[in-house]
Design a binder for this molecule. Structure first.
Ligand SMILES: *[C@@H]1O[C@H](CO)[C@@H](O)[C@H](O)[C@H]1NC(C)=O
Ligand SMILES: *[C@@H]1O[C@H](CO)[C@@H](O)[C@H](O)[C@H]1NC(C)=O
Length: 351
């Protein structure tokens, strides 16, 4: 479907400033316990992820030019053979068993299967930003976070509770509308599902494509946020385009209160054992071909088509695959979330 004009679209509030915004869908390439960024070579890694993008994805990915290792992508732009991933959401039924919550395509991205929406946004003050380099990788958020703090002060992670089907309630920029947005998992049932937003750091040290914690080579603004054009710190002076993920979890099959915990608390838990939502995190391994990302952003491209890039139909993107490397069931009704001890510790179900 073609994108309607930006000004008619509340969900595009991110783009009304006029600078380039690439917004495109990427289908799932695999759902499994691998994490080549945090646990390279470890099979299985501690928790389940949903991964999208290029077919270089594996237990470890060489730090060379990933666009040369992969030869297809589940994303709309064929030049983007990056990998993007997040934790998965599970539903814990009152009887103690778990079921993976499916994902649905975002608005205007029909044909995507599972997966997520990826955004690259240029600075709101129309200044220049420098696209990522081959070998670049980074992490946003902290999988172990279970309390207020962390990256929430940068508006980096939040949820939107859709109060009706078809993205009901979605008419403001992410993390900006306290009537539908929260930094914790919504406490009530969300008839239209729950959207995750993850915003990555937008300042770079200009030298290192990675760091031991996959974070310290990049930074959020030294004050304010990317959205209000907060400045980069002197330690990380190079502005990056903002990478943002949106994942739409289709919780509609799990909204029967009779299946929720008897105390009425919300029943969803992330695959790292986080029922608060503070531990939302995203991973990025850059894999764009040549300087195509820079070209697209400098050309002011918007949405999922760009004169500098080739867009493929989801019917084509969905053919890109990687062999499943971990032999375990991540779907079905499970006795435990894969890799997590059973029963879930009580403290993980607080908040
Ligand atoms: C694409 O990559 C896959 C897996 O790495 C490989 O098996 C296949 O031969 C490649 N195809 C082409 C056309 O290079
Ligand atoms: C547990 O509850 C879910 C949701 O009601 C149900 O689909 C599943 O069959 C139940 N499993 C067992 C073992 O009772």
């Amino acid at each position: 479907m073609r994108l309607p004009a930006v000004t008619t679209l509340g969900l595009f509030a991110q783009g009304i400033h006029g600078a380039a915004v690439l917004r495109f869908g990427c289908s799932s390439i695999v759902v499994e316990r691998l994490d080549p960024l945090v646990n390279p070579g470890v099979n299985p890694s501690p928790h389940v992820h949903q991964i999208v993008g290029g077919n270089a994805f594996a237990a470890s990915i060489a730090t060379s030019d990933v666009s040369q290792i992969a030869n297809c992508t589940t994303c709309s732009f064929v030049e983007d053979r990056s990998n993007y991933w997040t934790a998965n959401m599970y539903f814990k039924a009152r009887n103690g068993t778990f079921k993976r919550v499916p994902q649905i395509p975002n608005r205007y991205l029909d044909g995507e299967v599972g997966g997520m929406t990826v955004y690259y946004t240029m600075p709101y003050d129309n200044s220049k930003a420098t696209a990522f380099k081959p070998g670049f990788r980074m992490l946003a958020g902290h999988a172990d976070q279970r309390a207020a703090g962390g990256v929430t002060k940068y508006n980096a992670i939040c949820f939107r509770c859709y109060n009706a089907a078809n993205f009901g309630g979605d008419n403001q920029a992410p993390c900006s509308d306290s009537t539908v947005d929260s930094v914790t998992l919504p406490a009530k049932a969300c008839p239209g599902g729950i959207r995750t937003t993850i915003r990555f750091p937008t300042c770079w040290d200009g030298t290192n494509t990675d760091s031991p914690d996959h974070m310290s080579h990049v930074s959020y603004p030294s004050s304010g946020t990317f959205e209000n054009s907060g400045p980069c710190p002197s330690t990380h002076p190079v502005k990056l385009p903002q990478l943002m993920f949106e994942v739409v979890w289709d919780t509609s099959a799990f909204n029967n209160k009779a299946d929720w915990p008897a105390d009425g608390s919300q029943p969803f838990v992330f695959s790292q054992g986080d029922a608060t939502g503070y531990g939302q995190h995203g991973d990025y391994v850059f894999g764009w071909e040549g300087d195509k990302l820079q070209q697209a952003l400098d050309a002011g491209c918007f949405g999922a088509s760009c004169s500098k890039l080739k867009t493929q139909a989801f019917s084509e993107a969905n053919k890109c695959s990687v062999p499943k490397a971990v032999n375990e069931d991540v779907d079905g009704w499970l006795q435990a979330v894969p890799g997590q001890s059973m029963p879930m510790k009580a403290r993980e179900f607080m908040a």
